[in-house]
Design a protein around this ligand. Structure first.
Ligand code: PBG
Ligand code: ZN
Length: 325
C-alpha cells in the first residue's frame, strides 16, 4: 500500500450494472413529444428536404402514422398546419374547419388517449408569414391577441388537450386563458413558448411549415439569443398569467437558460429540440461522420440533465424505438 490518498471515482464505473445504478438522468418515452405537419389535400406524404425522415402528411394518410406513433409508446404529439390558402389575418388558424382542427378531431376520435397539443400561432396561416397582424411593416400586439384567443378556443373545441401558444406577443397567455375559461375550457392547460429566441436554427422548420416571413424577421417579437435575464422576465410573466408548462426554444444552445428556468420556477419545463438541431445531426449521420443513435441519446439526455421534464423532438419515433429494444 502506498500512503498517498485520492478519490477512486472509477469504482462506480467498473461495470454496466454499476453504471446503471448510479446513473442520474433517465430518458423515457413519456418525455417525448412528436411534432407533425398536417397538409391540406389528399394522398400526399411530402418529404421535407431539409429534415430527413420528416414529412408533411394529409389527413387520409394520417391514421397509419398515428397508429405507428401510439404503438411505439409515444404519449403526446404537437400539430402544425400546412394550409392550402393563406390570407392577411391567418383565418385558417381559427376556423373550425381549419386543418389543425380537422386533424385534431380525427386523431382524438380514433385515439382518445393520445395527448394532442395544438401549436397556437398565425405564421403558418398568414400570407406574409408573420406570427401576428401586420400594419405598416409592424407586427401589432393587442389586435393579434384576439386572433390567438380565437385560435385556442377553436382548437380546444376540436378536442385539443393542451394549447401551446408560440407567437411571443405580450399577454398571450392571459388572453388565451381568459378565452378558454369563458368558453368552458377551464380544464385545458397552456404550454407556453415562454422563452423563445429569434434563432437561425428554425430554418428547416420554415420549409416544413411553409412559414418563412415574406419580409423582415421575427426579432421584434422573439428574443435576442444574447439575453439571459430577459428569459426570467418572460417566464415570470407567463407564470403570473397562468401558464401550466414553460417551453424553452431552441434547446441545445440554451441549456443554461433551461437550468435557470428550472431553478426559478416550479412548472414543468419543456425543451423544443428544434429543426436545425435535428437536421445537423441527420446530415452528419448520413455522411457517416457521427453515430446517430449515440449522438441523439446523448443530446436529449443533456436536455434532461439541464432540467427539462419534456422534449419536443423530431427524433421521438427513433428514440422510442431504441428505448423499446
Ligand atoms: C413559429 C414557430 C417556429 C417554430 C415552430 N413554430 C419558429 C419560427 O418560425 O420563428 C420552429 C420549430 C423548429 O425549428 O423546429 N410560431
Ligand atoms: Zn408563428
Amino acid at each position: 500500500m502506498t500512503n498517498i490518498s485520492f478519490q477512486r471515482h472509477r469504482r462506480l464505473r467498473e461495470t454496466t450494472a454499476m453504471r446503471s445504478i448510479v446513473r442520474e438522468t433517465h430518458l423515457q418515452k413519456e418525455d417525448l413529444i412528436y411534432p407533425l405537419f398536417i397538409l391540406e389535400g389528399e394522398n400526399k406524404k411530402n418529404p421535407v428536404a431539409s429534415m430527413p425522415g420528416v414529412f408533411q402528411i394529409t389527413l387520409d394518410l394520417l391514421n397509419q402514422e398515428i397508429e405507428e406513433i401510439v404503438s411505439l409508446g409515444i404519449k403526446s404529439i404537437i400539430l402544425f398546419g400546412v394550409p392550402e390558402d393563406k390570407d392577411e389575418v391567418g383565418s385558417g388558424a381559427y376556423c373550425d374547419e381549419g386543418i389543425v382542427q380537422k386533424a385534431t378531431r380525427q386523431i382524438k376520435s380514433l385515439y382518445p388517449e393520445l395527448i394532442v397539443i395544438a401549436d397556437t400561432c398565425l405564421c403558418e396561416f398568414t400570407n406574409h408569414g408573420h406570427c401576428g397582424i401586420v400594419e405598416d411593416g409592424r407586427i401589432l400586439n393587442d389586435p393579434t391577441l384576439e386572433l390567438l384567443a380565437a385560435t385556442a378556443v377553436s382548437q380546444a373545441r376540436a378536442g385539443a388537450d393542451i394549447i401551446a401558444p408560440s407567437n411571443m406577443m405580450d399577454g398571450f397567455v392571459i388572453a388565451i386563458r381568459m378565452a378558454l375559461d369563458e368558453n368552458g375550457f377551464g380544464h385545458i392547460p397552456i404550454m407556453s413558448y415562454a422563452v423563445k429566441y429569434a434563432s437561425a436554427y428554425y430554418g428547416p422548420f420554415r420549409d416544413a411549415a411553409n412559414s418563412t416571413p415574406k419580409f423582415g424577421d421575427r426579432k421584434s417579437y422573439q428574443m435576442d439569443p444574447a439575453n439571459r435575464t430577459e428569459a426570467m422576465r418572460e417566464a415570470e410573466s407567463d407564470i403570473l398569467e397562468g401558464a401550466d408548462f414553460l417551453i424553452v426554444k431552441p434547446a441545445l444552445s440554451y441549456l443554461d437558460i433551461i437550468r435557470d428556468v428550472k431553478n426559478n420556477f416550479n412548472a414543468p419545463v419543456v425543451a423544443y429540440n428544434v429543426s436545425g438541431e435535428y437536421s445537423m445531426i441527420k446530415a452528419a449521420a448520413q455522411n457517416g461522420w457521427i453515430d446517430e443513435k449515440s449522438v441523439v441519446l446523448e443530446t436529449l439526455t443533456s436536455m434532461k440533465r439541464a432540467g427539462v421534464d419534456l422534449i419536443i423532438t423530431y427524433h421521438a419515433k427513433d428514440v422510442a424505438g431504441w428505448l423499446n429494444k
